[in-house]
Ligand binder design. Structure first.
Ligand SMILES: [Zn+2]
Length: 353
């Protein structure tokens, strides 16, 4: 453990050695002003263990270590009852406070985070003396250039953590898609709302992409325009936030079409433009084209596009086909479902100029 000017240890396990060495800075060089703020020692020493494993064993092991540090924490990080030792040295001030520093790192970024640690240790207000949580926050804010009270206050004063419930849907819009995401924190009192940035990973058949949303209300909606469909989303894939996840669901999932189906076009007959709807019970790779009675292709509508499950509207615009203006008559809209062995769906359309 840390003492004035020196750390001591009764055993020499690797994790303990890293922890006690870290106390030479966080504990010996700077001590908390009171027991209430003991996290300024133990949270930093605990997160130092994780940083040591990140540096020596890589990011996968680091994330495993952070997962191991995720316990059922009963309390807020600031100790509100310092009347007995067991309460002061609860694992909250070690591992939850370690997670707090990890979340701070996620918010300000690696460069700012490690500059914060250095600046804090060199700050003449604290070095070889005592510090407070507010003092540490002032260093974080001056190095990062950001107000951080919204982050410190709930985590310091309230027990618990965010418990996320997410619901999303995806609809065709214009040339692309509109993703709607409803994000809720459903934890009960005495916990509270934690304003937090949260990474959302969007998965599709061909790519993954990660966006960060900032949740500033217990229930909030986000909309995102996408050029390609998304098949699944996941929350906080890189473990930046101490949290529970209650559920991530796709809304309207029960209303999905039960089979592949093309509906008759409207208007029919048509002069210039008509529209059909295509029902997909699953995400599918689709081509669609209009063919003449003799079988030649008159107009391409979709070329090998991946579409999510749901109902899609296909526009057939003969006015657009100015090079080879089709003559009046019967045509066939043919849809190929490549992801189902090129299963084909056909609908007759009648064009009257
Ligand atoms: Zn310690």
């Amino acid at each position: 453990m840390e003492h004035q000017t020196v750390s001591s240890q009764g055993a020499f396990g690797l994790m303990l050695t890293v922890h006690e060495l870290a106390h030479q800075w966080f504990g010996d060089k700077i001590s908390p002003v009171s027991w209430t703020e003991i996290w300024l020692n133990e949270g930093f020493a605990s997160y130092s263990e994780a940083l040591y494993f990140e540096a020596t064993r890589g990011v996968d092991y680091f994330r495993q270590y952070m997962t191991w540090m995720d316990r059922d924490f009963d309390y807020a990080i600031l100790v509100d009852d310092t009347s007995h030792v067991g309460r002061i040295f609860d694992n909250t001030v070690y591992d939850k406070a370690g997670w707090f520093l990890h979340m701070l790192r996620g918010i300000v970024g690696d460069d700012h985070f490690f500059s914060i640690l250095q600046s804090y240790l060199e700050d003449p207000r604290f070095a070889y003396g005592s510090a407070t949580t507010d003092g540490f926050r002032s260093v974080c804010e001056s190095v990062s250039g950001r107000d951080l009270q919204w982050f410190f206050d709930p985590w310091m004063h309230y027990p618990g953590r965010p418990n996320y419930r997410a619901q999303w849907d995806l609809n065709p819009e214009g040339n692309g898609y509109l993703l709607n995401l409803s994000l809720q924190q459903i934890q009960q009192a005495p916990s509270t709302f934690f304003p937090m940035p949260l990474d959302i990973r969007l998965h599709s058949d061909v790519w993954d992409s990660t966006i960060t949303v900032f949740q500033e209300a217990p229930e909030q909606n986000f909309s995102l325009r996408l050029s390609r469909p998304v098949t699944e989303i996941s929350l906080d894939p890189d473990l930046k936030v101490l949290k529970h996840i209650d559920a991530v669901t796709r809304s309207g999932g029960d209303d999905l079409p039960s089979s592949f189906r093309l509906s008759p076009n409207f208007p029919n007959p048509f002069n210039g433009r008509t529209r059909v709807s295509l029902d997909l019970p699953e995400t599918s790779r689709i081509s669609a084209a209009v063919h003449s009675v003799s079988g030649s292709e008159v107009m391409e509508i979709l070329m090998q596009q991946t579409l999510p499950a749901g109902r899609h509207l296909l526009d057939i615009d003969f006015d657009r086909n100015t090079q080879r203006a089709p003559s009046s008559g019967l045509y066939f809209l043919k849809v190929l479902v490549h992801s189902r062995d090129n299963m084909s769906l056909t609908e007759k359309i009648l064009y009257l100029k």
